[in-house]
Design a protein around this ligand. Structure first.
Ligand code: HEC
Length: 132
């Protein structure tokens, strides 16, 4: 019985350790042609809520892309796209909002961090998908 408990605790810890690492650690950025290290920084919930990329995403992007908004913007959140697809949004800037100046209040640094944040927590981001 005692051994069973110990085994359970060990399993739990191993599980947590794997989960903590099952996120991309790097992202190749087409715009700046650099490899960005994105594995460091606050852990999951903190980074979602307070990470700078997350903050800009909430403040700027979700300012329009909220649920049931009246701006004609589809609802967007981290898991709306895969890591690769988020990279395309920022490297190609194909959305109309990127072209019509709605992104203008964002500095280049902030843009890179929003991209990092979305890449890190995207739909498929529990797979190992480091790309540089
Ligand atoms: C001023 C409002 C506004 C802001 C701010 C804004 N968007 Fe948009 N966005 C829109 C609207 C409206 C559309 C739909 C345009 C259309 O109908 O083609 C759109 C379309 C998109 C699309 C294409 C739709 C899809 O599901 O693929 C993406 C991706 C996108 N936005 C991402 C972003 C990101 C990332 C940010 C923050 C950096 C952002 N948007 C900020 C209004 C906004």
């Amino acid at each position: 019985m005692k051994h069973g408990m110990i085994a359970l605790v060990v399993l739990l810890l191993v599980g947590l350790a794997i989960q903590a690492h099952a996120r991309p650690e790097s992202r190749y950025d087409e715009t700046t042609k650099t490899c960005r290290v994105i594995g460091d920084g606050p852990l999951e919930w903190e980074s979602r809520a307070w990470g700078q990329g997350g903050k800009v995403f909430k403040g700027l992007c979700q300012g329009c892309h909220s649920r049931d908004n009246d701006k004609g913007a589809p609802f967007l959140w981290v898991e709306s796209k895969t890591s690769k697809a988020w990279n395309r949004v920022f490297s190609q800037k194909y959305p109309q909002c990127a072209k019509d100046g709605s992104w203008q209040s964002m500095t280049m640094d902030e843009q890179l961090m929003v991209n990092d944040y979305l890449y890190r927590w995207a739909k498929n981001s529990a797979d190992i998908n480091d790309n540089c």
